[in-house]
Design a protein around this ligand. Structure first.
Ligand code: SAM
Ligand code: MD0
Ligand code: SF4
Length: 368
């Protein structure tokens, strides 16, 4: 056994025994190049997933109902000034119809996503969004995630009252200088604090990072630990996909290999343990699913029905019209993997459990 493999084994045993990993432990894992050691990391991540989730996976339907955005995030295809991206705004009726078809197909949650659409943001009129959440909950009887961008606090409260369960709002990086180069109009702190606010008020929250946008390994370690500290219920990583018509169109000249993303997924599992970790179909489509699951992910996101006219984010069309990004498409992949799709009740139970444990922590804090 080499010195390095001895060290990695020690770190993985710590994770298996529930000991918190130190920044230097995470750094070691994220720096791995040796395929056998990387495989050991993936197996440990699978073992930890098994402890908390058995062999069950959750599936999220992705409804990008408005691609209009007032912002100019440098990495994003849908930044305001990009003339090349598909722009549409789905009607309420159509959004409900698509969500119902996703629910019927077997997803566990509907992710209602939009750009920071001026229709809402410039008039500060989010009532329509709250009504939409309400309608989708009633019609699908599923939990709803909202991914609407950086909302004003009172709107987060209104959306909670309308029944929104999950608030997704990704920092992309937790290096503040880099953040400012990516999300031009937004304040790092404000974007981070809105998630804490949503959580304190009873919502589940998701944060996430992009890989290959100029961060180094130290930044990745910092992101993973910041997400842990924030107490996310779901933590994601996605490799950056360069978008035509954006300032990062030709960035980077050398992008990190997908193995780096898989290692971050695995470390997220070692660190966040019983929380949700997505395998997004948005980066490499259906062909990238198996590896992400084998790295320890337990939620398949970005399921999009064909012929719905909906786009993806980092890959606006990949595998959508072919019907690969569907529950049926996913089933074909997981049937050989000793994994299965959870029931809707199991997902709801998970959400309820997280909510109850948040309330208990709150009561304990206020009685101290
Ligand atoms: N407008 C809302 C916002 O920015 O929070 C919701 C959109 S959210 C679904 C867009 C997310 O997709 C980003 O936070 C980022 O993580 C991911 N994304 C966007 N452009 C990407 C790209 N070029 N490559 C990979 N992921 C990307
Ligand atoms: C995904 N394209 O799941 C979606 C998106 C937004 N909450 C999620 C990034 O990959
Ligand atoms: Fe708009 Fe979101 Fe894209 Fe930024 S990431 S430009 S806020 S859609």
């Amino acid at each position: 056994m080499t010195k390095n493999s001895f060290k990695i084994e020690g770190i993985l045993n710590k994770a298996l025994n529930g000991v918190d990993l130190k920044p230097e432990d995470i750094h070691q894992i994220l720096s791995l190049e040796d395929q056998d050691l990387i495989q050991q990391v993936f197996e440990t991540a699978q073992e930890i997933r098994r402890r908390y989730f058995g062999n069950e996976l959750f599936l999220y339907g992705f409804v990008y109902f408005s691609t209009f955005c007032k912002n100019e995030c440098t990495f994003c295809y849908y930044r305001n000034s990009n003339q090349q991206s598909p722009r549409y705004r789905k009607s309420v009726e159509e959004t409900i119809k698509i969500s119902k078809s996703l629910a019927d197909s077997g997803v566990h949650l509907i992710d209602l996503t939009m750009g920071e659409d001026p229709v809402f943001y410039e008039t500060n009129n989010f009532e329509k969004l709250a009504n939409l959440v309400n309608d989708i909950k009633l019609e699908t009887e599923l939990p709803v995630m909202i991914s609407p961008g950086l909302l004003p606090r009172e709107e987060v409260t209104n959306l909670i009252d309308s029944g929104a369960d999950f608030y997704a709002c990704y920092q992309e990086t937790h290096n503040q200088d880099l953040f400012q180069k990516l999300r031009l109009e937004q304040e790092y702190k404000e974007r981070l604090e809105i998630k804490s606010f949503a959580k304190e008020n009873g919502m589940l929250i998701e944060d996430g990072i992009l890989l290959g946008v100029g961060e180094d390994i130290k930044d990745r370690v910092n992101s993973i630990l910041t997400m842990k500290e924030l107490g996310v219920h779901q933590g994601r990583v996605m490799s950056f996909v360069a978008q035509n018509g954006t300032p990062m169109e030709e960035y980077p000249t050398t992008s990190p290999s997908r193995t780096k993303e898989l290692l971050v997924i695995a470390v997220l599992r070692l660190v966040l343990k019983d929380k949700l970790i997505p395998a997004s179909l948005d980066v490499d489509g259906i062909k990238g699913l198996e590896k992400r699951l084998m790295a320890g992910a337990n939620v398949i996101t970005s399921i999009i029905p064909p012929r719905s006219g909906l786009a993806g984010v980092s890959n606006s069309t990949l595998d959508i019209e072919e019907g690969h990004r569907t529950v049926q498409g996913v089933k074909k992949i997981i049937k050989n993997l000793d994994l299965e799709i959870a029931t809707k009740e199991e997902y709801k139970r998970w959400i309820d459990k997280e909510r109850i444990s948040a309330i208990k922590k709150d009561v304990k804090r206020s009685s101290c």
